[in-house]
Design a protein. Structure first.
Length: 157
């Protein structure tokens, strides 16, 4: 999903400037972040700086609402193309992205040296939307996970 999405973003005249410093490592980091948000291991928190690092990466980008909405359009296309044909899964993934991109837009208005304070732990998102940070995103069969860019409910995480 991330490869499909970022290929389109980098070719988009409205969004490409936001990703001027883009590297392919970004895709790996996004996959690790999403995996954690949707119920997987806390690898982003433990290895990549957690919620604070994710928010800090958006400081100074000055993302506009027009760019956020275009980002959402391209993500919706990637979700439709890459995720299983499961309306609830797709709706929850897109609801998370809508919520998250609004935060990214707001944070991006602040200068790079802004002190964000403690934003708390990495958020968790499940079938009911945002959940308490200390709970994994549970389904009847297990956590909602995005593994390697493909969203599937997985047991035993």
């Amino acid at each position: 999903m991330s490869n499909t999405f970022y290929d389109r973003v980098l070719a988009d005249p409205l969004l490409a400037p936001v990703f001027a410093d883009f590297t392919r490592t970004h895709i790996e980091h996004v996959a690790i972040w999403l995996n954690e948000v949707f119920g997987g291991p806390e690898a982003f928190t433990e290895e990549l700086g957690g919620h604070q690092a994710l928010l800090r990466s958006h400081l100074g980008l000055a993302i506009t609402e027009e760019q956020r909405l275009r980002w959402m359009e391209l993500m919706a296309e990637a979700v439709d193309k890459e995720l299983p044909d499961d309306d609830l899964l797709r709706q929850q993934v897109m609801a998370y992205f809508d919520w998250g991109t609004k935060i990214a837009r707001d944070v991006s208005a602040d200068p790079e040296d802004t002190d964000l304070g403690d934003p708390g732990p990495t958020p968790r998102w499940g079938w009911e939307g945002l959940s308490r940070p200390d709970r994994r995103a549970k389904t009847a069969d297990g956590p909602l996970r995005l593994a390697a860019g493909i969203g599937v409910p997985v047991e035993g995480v």
